[in-house]
Design a protein around this ligand. Structure first.
Ligand SMILES: C[S@@+](CC[C@H](N)C(=O)[O-])C[C@H]1O[C@@H](n2cnc3c(N)ncnc32)[C@H](O)[C@@H]1O
Length: 251
């Protein structure tokens, strides 16, 4: 049986040295502004914190952030860029979130990282632990792709050109299994120094399924947006930012 935590650790260890360069166009400021406004009491927990793209920007806004991740190499990158910022890290699996009794007014998981839990069971387990780790009235924020066709889900296989110059070619290849809602990617880079493979594997969750999983974990949806600027979600949205709060007992 696949150990999904180990699988993700191995994949993201391969990304670590390249992650910040690959995602340098993604400005973390809107996410950090959005999250800082919810971090009542000044602490936050990021699940799947990675290299700290958002956590470091949130810390710059005066929030003390704890970041959980399963990849030691990604966390090493975070520490290399942390400077004196108040960001602590914990190595672990978000399906088995355990903060030793510490609770947070804000827990968030960004950039579709909730999908890296890989099974519905692990996604449900994560949400149950989130509920237990929030302070009463706290907020859980999830940023994720809206699964939709045409696009990633349109076919069983796709190959796309991401970037093409005289010296560089970036391709993205993926296979899609609509039965278990999994997508396996390779981001492929060719340049004069050689070839690089950057793998991603995920289980996407439809919005209605997420609401149901959240309700089962004792979380209720309070707000939903299309982006970190609070743009209302509509049928054209490709991402969603969903905000949940604990309702008491799991359903
Ligand atoms: C796309 S990166 C996102 C990093 C960061 N949140 C950002 O927005 O740039 C996904 C991260 O999820 C982490 N991850 C995957 N599965 C995990 C799990 N089960 N528990 C904790 N972290 C996990 C990976 O190690 C990786 O650092």
């Amino acid at each position: 049986m696949t150990d999904f935590r180990v699988q993700q650790e191995q994949l993201w260890n391969q990304w670590a040295a390249h992650y910040n360069e690959e995602h340098q166009a993604r400005d973390p400021a809107p996410a950090a502004d959005f999250l800082a406004s919810l971090a009542d009491g000044g602490t936050a927990l990021e699940l799947a914190v990675g290299t700290g793209r958002i956590a470091l920007a949130l810390a710059d806004r005066g929030v003390k952030v704890t970041g959980l991740d399963t990849s030691p190499a990604m966390l090493e990158e975070l520490h290399r860029h942390r400077g004196g910022r108040p960001v602590e890290t914990q190595l672990g699996d978000m399906a088995e979130l355990d903060t030793g009794g510490q609770r947070f007014p804000l827990i968030y998981v960004a950039f579709s990282s909730f999908f890296f839990l890989m099974t519905q069971q692990r996604q449900a387990a994560c949400l149950a632990r989130v509920t237990r780790t929030l302070t009463p009235g706290g907020r859980f924020v999830i940023e994720a792709t809206v699964p939709r066709a045409p696009g990633l889900l349109a076919g069983r296989q796709q190959l796309a050109i991401r970037d093409l110059t005289d010296t560089h070619l970036a391709l993205s290849a993926h296979t899609h299994n609509p039965i278990d809602q999994t997508i396996h990617f390779q981001e492929i880079r060719f340049d004069q120094s050689g070839t690089r493979l950057l793998p991603v594997t995920l289980r996407y969750v439809h919005l209605s399924e997420l609401d149901l999983l959240a309700a089962a974990a004792g979380l209720t949806l309070t707000d939903q947006y299309a982006d970190w600027h609070h743009t209302p979600l509509d049928v054209t949205s490709t991402q969603h930012i969903s905000v949940y709060t604990p309702t008491g007992e799991p359903a």
